[in-house]
Design a protein around this ligand. Structure first.
Ligand code: SAH
Ligand code: SF4
Ligand code: F3S
Length: 443
């Protein structure tokens, strides 16, 4: 029987993309995907450490592997990704069931690492110490999870050092891939039937700046938009400090770049934005929102917010609530500040008590939900173009898809003559906070 693998993935889209590269190398080695990790010969846990809650969940999963490894000592347990990078050797000593610990710089030579482990069966860690030393291109193949939507990393790492964030310490400095390689990868994927492309980076607006290029991101967007067969282009994440008119213009003038702007503001208080080292002010941010809406009147604007950053007073928090009312986001992803050791904010005075953080989160979500519903209700009666994703995760009798603005749309199964990954016009009949419901307009 063919040997098999299973990947348990946590974290952001960059991790999902990395997981696809791990999968590709495993399949190149002759392993087949196994949906049940208990049956797999190689189990890979691809980790995230952006918040403590993520880490706790992952440590629980690594803990589960103790019994798995004890029952089947021949299985290979690999822990990869950001938490592996951060914890290093400590994790290997605490969890001896882990055979291989692989940091974020070793995605593309995973195959070699696994092969040498299998030859000697010696526990090993592969953690980078030099933040610059990360090769750009993946040598192996990769296996994409979706058959129509593709992640495309355009840059790695982050130079921003927002004071709360661990990412720059575990992903290293910014390195941009060459435009030629990105275009070639997308062109190849179009040939395989991919329609939607999400350009990935921690701060896509600084694409190309590591080699001194100007406006490289807007140029790249325009070039990707022009590739025949590309139907939708998305990108994440934008940094409000670096997002400029050139990018907004490129989106407005494009045929296929989605009118979705994810611009994480994190806080509405100038004092907190500064303490976070975000590099903009509330006023400058509001100017960006205005600019986006002037070029792209139907823009869907979303954000990330953190409550309870050290020193956040009731007044600061109210500034955030006011900002939410002022901007009226379609969606806001809200997080409770999580202390990450090694980051400057972890050492700041005036850490906010947990109950206050929790209370603020609930208040924030209540305000946001009102806006999300309002935006969705405005779409009732409209016919929207939806990219069909497949049956809904919660109800197999219902199809699901996404609008250009990344809104989830559900419609009942019936006499369907479309394929997954195609575009379909759906007449919206009902709106909820998190989704829209409708019917194909041909019915
Ligand atoms: N590079 C992206 C993604 C970073 S992580 C960006 O800058 O937007 C995604 C989100 O997690 C961030 O936007 C932030 O809102 C949140 N986040 C990061 N570190 C955090 C921390 N220590 N506690 C709580 N939320 C955090
Ligand atoms: Fe973290 Fe800030 Fe970099 Fe985003 S831009 S990954 S929040 S340091
Ligand atoms: Fe998490 Fe690493 Fe992404 S810490 S959010 S998986 S870059």
């Amino acid at each position: 029987m063919k040997k098999s693998y299973h990947i348990i993935n946590y974290g952001c889209q960059m991790n999902e993309s990395d997981a696809e590269h791990f999968a590709g190398q495993l399949e190149d080695m002759g392993y087949a995907y196994n949906p049940d990790f208990h049956q797999a010969d190689v189990i890979l846990i691809n980790t995230c450490c952006v918040r403590e809650s993520a880490e706790k969940k992952i440590l629980g999963k690594i803990g589960e592997m103790k019994a798995v490894k004890a029952a089947h000592p021949q299985k290979v347990i690999c822990v990869t990704g950001c938490m592996a990078q951060k914890s290093g050797k400590k994790l290997l000593t605490t969890y001896p069931q882990v055979d291989l610990l692989i940091g974020t710089a070793h995605v593309n030579n995973f195959r070699g690492i696994l092969e040498s482990y299998l030859a000697g069966r010696k526990h090993a860690q592969h953690i980078f110490t030099d933040l610059e030393q990360i090769p750009e291109e993946f040598e192996g193949n990769f296996v994409r999870k979706s058959s129509f939507s593709a992640w495309v990393p355009i840059m790695y790492g982050c130079n921003n050092f927002c004071t709360y964030c661990i990412v720059p310490y575990v992903r290293g400095r910014e390195r941009s891939r060459s435009k030629e390689n990105i275009i070639a990868e997308i062109t190849k994927a179009v040939g395989l039937g991919y329609k939607e492309f999400t350009l990935l980076g921690q701060n896509v607006n600084s694409y190309g700046k590591d080699s001194g290029a100007q406006d490289a991101f807007s140029d790249l967007l325009t070039a990707v938009d022009a590739i025949p067969g590309v139907e939708r282009v998305r990108y994440m994440t934008s940094h409000p400090r670096d997002m400029d008119e050139e990018v907004v213009k490129a989106v407005a003038e494009s045929k296929h770049i989605c009118h979705h702007f994810h611009i994480p503001v994190q806080s509405g208080s100038n004092k907190i934005i500064k303490a976070m080292n975000r590099g903009y002010t509330r006023e400058k941010y509001l100017g960006l929102v205005k600019l986006i809406r002037s070029y792209v009147p139907d823009a869907v604007i979303t954000t990330d917010l953190i409550v309870g950053f050290p020193g956040e007073t009731q007044e600061d928090f109210e500034d955030t609530l006011k900002l939410l009312e002022e901007v009226s986001y379609d969606v806001a992803y809200t997080f409770i500040y999580s202390k990450r050791s090694g980051t400057p904010a972890a050492k700041m005075a005036n850490q906010v008590p947990q109950e206050i953080k929790q209370e603020r989160l609930e208040q924030l979500m209540a305000v946001q939900n009102k806006h999300s519903l309002k935006h969705n209700e405005k779409l009732v009666g409209r016919t929207l173009e939806v990219l069909v994703e497949g049956p809904s995760h919660n109800n197999p009798l219902v199809w699901s898809g996404r609008t250009d603005g990344n809104k989830l749309v559900l419609w009942p199964k019936g006499q369907d003559n479309f394929v997954i990954g195609s575009k379909l016009n759906i007449k919206i009949e009902a709106a909820q906070t998190w989704l829209l419901k409708g019917r194909p307009s041909y019915e």
